[in-house]
Structures are given as structure tokens and as C-alpha cells.
Design a protein around this ligand. Structure first.
Ligand code: NAP
Length: 242
């Protein structure tokens, strides 16, 4: 049993990851920022798998809040080390660059990239002391190839890939790995407005993916079995692009 933290664990891909990690018997800390009822539902699903966990509310983009809430948990639990970190929280605010507002640019950068920094920086210290850790970050096809209408999102996800590659080289000697998964179109609230019928012919596997399919890949990268894989990006996109 290890302590795992999943940011944005209340819904979608994050929820599926929490449930998968619970199936492995881990203690799952479910982060969320607004939807407490959904976070509680995830915790219920974790417990139904016979594991335990807790919900933890903080906005990953707010450093003061992350330091107070997550930093506070770490301080109060010196005997516990979070050995699995899944940086999953993310939003999209699609807009062509010429019409993009500062708020659309900054919110996406602050949550995906700023959130990665705020949370990983706190957790990595314990992993280094423990000489074991798995950092798995959920990026996107958009961060690999760029997608029109998503300069903000593509930039944030590409930056997380760069940060992950750098981090993997900083911490490898201490038994800590850092990898990314890059989903394509996955059925969640985030893709609710995107019609699968219109896009599926572009996808070699001819369908959108499920959150559980992403969770399976994350679970592998979060396990001991992936010990010799670090600094990598695993695409989960039905063959769309890699
Ligand atoms: P989703 O269904 O919209 O869920 C987003 C999750 O992130 C929710 O749990 C939400 O918490 C949390 N969140 C948002 N802003 C946050 C913040 N500032 N601090 C803490 N938590 C925050 O999205 P999803 O589709 O599962 O996406 C999960 C990840 O996969 C994202 O990083 C996304 O970019 C990436 N991704 C998704 C797809 C796709 O097709 N769905 C494709 C590629 C990559 P609340 O419930 O409290 O709001």
C-alpha cells in the first residue's frame, strides 16, 4: 500500500485513476477544487474497492492554498510519504489566438503548468528522501502536435512534457521516475461538446477512448513494474497521432 495523490480526482480521467489505484490497494488522496459532491462520490468508489482515502480541496493554481492544504497534510503526517503523484487537474479554454483573452491564456497555463509546479515541488522532497516515487502527469495530444484554437492548452501541456523530462533527469538516481500520458479524445465532461460521430473517422481505432483506458496506462506508470521507464510520454489516442 502506498499513498497516492491524484489532482482533479473528482471527475473524468482523474476519478478513473483514483478507482484504479484503489484496486491496487493504495490509499488515495482525491484532490478537487469545486465539486465536493463528485469528490465524495469518487471516495465512495475508492472505498467500494476495499481501499481507503480522503478528499482534499485546493486549487492547484493557487500556490498559497497548495502550500497551506497539501503542505499542511505533509507536515501533520511525517510518517506518511506520498509516493505516487498523478498531476491530472486541467481545464481548456479554447479560442483562436487573435481573440484570446488574458484570462483564457493565464487560467489554462496557471492550472496545467503552474499546478504541476506547485504540487510536484512539494511532493518530490518526500520521494527523494524515501528513494522511491512515481510522478505521472496527464498531458495531451495537443501538447505534442499543437491543435488550432488551443495555443494556451498546447503550450501548457508541452511545457509539462519539458518539465517532466528535466525532472526525470534530476531524480532518477533516487529511484524516482517522472512520465506523462498524452490522451487524445476521451469521453469526459471536458469533451462533452465534441461530437464523437464527427471526429471518429479521423481516429484509426474509430472511436473516442474511455477514462478507464487512460487510467490503466497511468496505473502501470505509477507501479513498480515501470521502474526502468522515465522521461517518457505515452500516447493514448487510438492511433490518431504519436
Ligand atoms: P474533466 O472531466 O473536466 O475533470 C477535470 C478535473 O480537474 C475535475 O476533477 C476538476 O475538479 C479538476 N480541476 C480543474 N481545475 C482544477 C484546479 N484549479 N485545481 C484542482 N482541480 C481542478 O476533465 P478530464 O477530461 O477528466 O481531464 C483530465 C485531464 O486530462 C486534464 O489535464 C485534461 O487536460 C487531460 N486530457 C483530457 C482529454 C479528454 O479528451 N478528456 C484529452 C487529453 C487530455 P472539480 O470537479 O472540483 O471541478
Amino acid at each position: 500500500m502506498r499513498y497516492a495523490l491524484v489532482t482533479g480526482g473528482s471527475r473524468g480521467i482523474g476519478r478513473a485513476i483514483c478507482v484504479k489505484l484503489a484496486e491496487e490497494g493504495h490509499y488515495v488522496i482525491i484532490n478537487y477544487t469545486s465539486k465536493q459532491d463528485e469528490a465524495e462520490n469518487t471516495l465512495k468508489m475508492v472505498r467500494e474497492k476495499g481501499a481507503d482515502g480522503e478528499i482534499m480541496k485546493f486549487d492547484v493554481s493557487n500556490q498559497t492554498e497548495v502550500d497551506a492544504v497539501l503542505g499542511g497534510w505533509i507536515e501533520k503526517n511525517p510518517d506518511k510519504t506520498i509516493e505516487i503523484l498523478v498531476n491530472n487537474a486541467g481545464i481548456r479554454k479554447d479560442q483562436l489566438l487573435m481573440w484570446m483573452s488574458n484570462a483564457e491564456w493565464n487560467s489554462v497555463m496557471d492550472i496545467s503548468l503552474g499546478g504541476w509546479y506547485n504540487v510536484t515541488r512539494l511532493i518530490i522532497k518526500g520521494m527523494l528522501v524515501k528513494k522511491y516515487g512515481r510522478v505521472v502527469s496527464v498531458v495531451s495530444l495537443s501538447g505534442l502536435k499543437g491543435l488550432p484554437g488551443q495555443t494556451n492548452y498546447s503550450a501548457a501541456k508541452a511545457a509539462v512534457i519539458g518539465a517532466t523530462k528535466a525532472l526525470s533527469q534530476e531524480v532518477g538516481r533516487r529511484g524516482v521516475t517522472a512520465n506523462c500520458v498524452a490522451p487524445g479524445f476521451i469521453k469526459t465532461d471536458m469533451t462533452e461538446g465534441i461530437n464523437e460521430k464527427d471526429f471518429k473517422q479521423l481516429i484509426p481505432l474509430n472511436r473516442f477512448g474511455t477514462a478507464e483506458e487512460v487510467a490503466d496506462a497511468v496505473n502501470f506508470l505509477a507501479s513498480e513494474k515501470s521502474a526502468y521507464i522515465t522521461g517518457q510520454v505515452l500516447s493514448i489516442n487510438g492511433g490518431l497521432y504519436s
